[in-house]
Design a protein around this ligand. Structure first.
Ligand code: UDP
Ligand code: MG
Length: 329
């Protein structure tokens, strides 16, 4: 029996390079080794340019192309999640629509699937496209998260990864968090894992959608999601301040006994501002966790699908769509 490879591609305002992406990827997919067939799932994440009409055109011309159209922009991760949800493949590859993730890597991924690996993480060897700032902050981020969290993350892991059907089922069923880090989940679910290296290419066209600000927010959320160490900061700093307080008390008693007057005003001001700063930081951290709890509690959908095209009926896909309500909520 043939095997199906699903290629999930999230698309947000990629009009200028989209056709080129399709052509290059299609070339690779048509030459896949023997038992492998392919489907190409585009998730349109609320693009405001002509991406959607290009995708509809492609879907009309090519029966391997499937289209999931979101009702608005839900973000890259939501798009990948939707793609994984609706993919019918035995193997699923997630990649960007800007050709930064070279489609030539797909045959190597299939080799790994054939060898029985279930989770294949693609690691960037060189990122010529990102600036120095992005590379340095990304390295710092991975160092920090690896030190704070129990799960060890691959630095330079990208949103280019592949999972088997079994691993994808785990993501579909059990990882429905609203505040999330998909790359991290993929690395933390276990299974036989392989890493492959690839060289990131420059973007074919258009602009990167991630600003430094959104990456910063993303990093904070990730740390909070994968570690409860920040919560314990309160206890640690409490202990530190208490010890410091005892030392200060001893010192004050000593100066009072020796010189008759305890030392004064400046100390109080410094201590007060120091401790209040600490207190507010801790309250802020707790606030961040409450915000995450609140988001989970509201239980809004991860994404909303407006319409879908080219999904064959009577197949794996249809079963998925029946279960959709359960998963979307
Ligand atoms: N993307 C998306 N929704 C968004 C932002 C980005 O689906 O809100 C897609 C985008 O079309 C691209 C991929 O996610 O296919 C990666 O985005 P981008 O290339 O801007 O990020 P970078 O490669 O710079 O990290
Ligand atoms: Mg990109």
């Amino acid at each position: 029996m043939g095997k199906l490879l699903s290629v999930v591609v999230s698309v947000y305002n990629e009009e200028p390079g989209l056709r080129e992406f399709y052509q290059e990827t299609k070339k690779v997919l048509e030459e896949l080794p023997a038992p492998w067939e392919h489907e190409l799932l585009f998730v349109n994440d609320g693009s405001r340019d002509g991406s959607l009409s290009i995708l509809r055109e492609l879907a009309a011309a090519d029966s391997h192309v499937r289209l999931i159209n979101f009702s608005r922009n839900f973000g890259h991760e939501a798009a990948m999640i939707a793609g994984i949800d609706y993919a019918a493949g035995d193997g699923i590859v997630c990649m960007d629509a800007d050709l930064q993730h070279p489609p030539e890597c797909i045959p190597r991924i299939l080799e790994k699937f054939d060898q029985g690996f279930q989770v294949i993480t693609m690691v960037r060897t060189k990122n010529r496209t990102a600036g120095l700032v992005k590379n340095v902050t990304s390295a710092a981020f991975y160092r920090l998260i690896n030190c704070l969290s129990d799960v060890k993350f691959e630095a330079n892991a990208s949103d280019f990864f592949a999972v088997s059907r079994q691993a994808a089922d785990v993501l579909r069923r059990n990882y429905r968090e609203k505040v999330r880090f998909l790359r991290g989940y993929v690395q933390s679910i276990g299974f036989q894992r392989a890493t492959l290296e690839y060289e990131a290419r420059p973007r074919i066209a258009g602009e990167s959608k991630y600003s430094i600000r959104s990456l910063f927010k993303f990093s904070i959320n990730t740390i909070l999601c994968f570690s409860d160490l920040p919560l314990k900061l309160g206890i640690y700093s409490g202990i530190a301040v208490a010890l410091f307080g005892i030392a200060m008390a001893v010192y004050t008693i000593y100066t009072w006994a020796e010189y008759g007057t305890p030392s004064g005003y400046a100390t109080i001001v410094v201590l007060l501002s120091f401790m209040f700063a600490m207190l507010f930081i801790i309250v802020g951290i707790i606030g961040e966790y409450i915000a995450i709890l609140f988001a989970e509690l509201k239980d809004r959908p991860v994404y909303i699908v407006e319409d879908m095209e080219n999904f064959p009926s009577g197949t794996e896909h249809e079963k998925k769509m029946d279960g959709d309500d359960a998963r979307n909520s």
